[in-house]
Design a protein around this ligand. Structure first.
Ligand code: CA
Ligand code: CA
Length: 147
């Protein structure tokens, strides 16, 4: 079986479901969640996710509370990368339970379901430290992006 590349990795329906999960999560927190998918990850996954985070200009949120779910689908690599504003307030293992939960879905190839549930969990957790504000702006796109 040929492995699916980044752009075909999700069906249109799955992409919409992921976007809807982000929109729903961002109703509870000022944190901004994005999903980025590519084929291969160059070098160290965490450092690469940090670069992608910068390229997507995700550090330009007012509270520095952007979160990137990064997937390199052909390399089977996955990173949750949160910005400095989050890490100033939470313990270093903040993402671990979310990551483990998502990986349990990914192992069974339930990628969009794993993402949607991870996004919901991230929204719930971020809400404690970054509650939704009345004058909230949607600072970062909710659409899945690819490269
Ligand atoms: Ca927002
Ligand atoms: Ca957003």
């Amino acid at each position: 079986m040929v492995e699916k590349k980044a752009k075909d990795f999700f069906t249109e329906e799955e992409r919409f479901a992921i976007r809807d999960a982000i929109v729903a999560a961002e109703k509870h927190t000022s944190g901004e969640i994005r999903v980025h998918v590519e084929n291969h990850c160059k070098g160290d996954a965490f450092e690469h996710a940090e670069k992608v985070f910068g390229k997507l200009r995700m550090h330009e949120t007012a509270e520095r509370n952007g979160v990137l779910f990064y997937l390199a689908v052909l390399d089977r690599t996955f990173v949750i990368y949160g910005d400095a504003g989050i890490h100033a307030k939470v313990p270093p293992d903040f993402w671990d339970t979310i990551r483990d939960h998502m990986l349990s879905h990914f192992r069974e190839k339930r990628f969009s379901q794993g993402l949607c549930e991870g996004i919901k969990l991230a929204g719930d957790k971020l809400q404690e430290h970054f509650p939704h504000q009345k004058d909230d702006k949607d600072e970062l796109s909710n659409d899945v992006s690819f490269s």
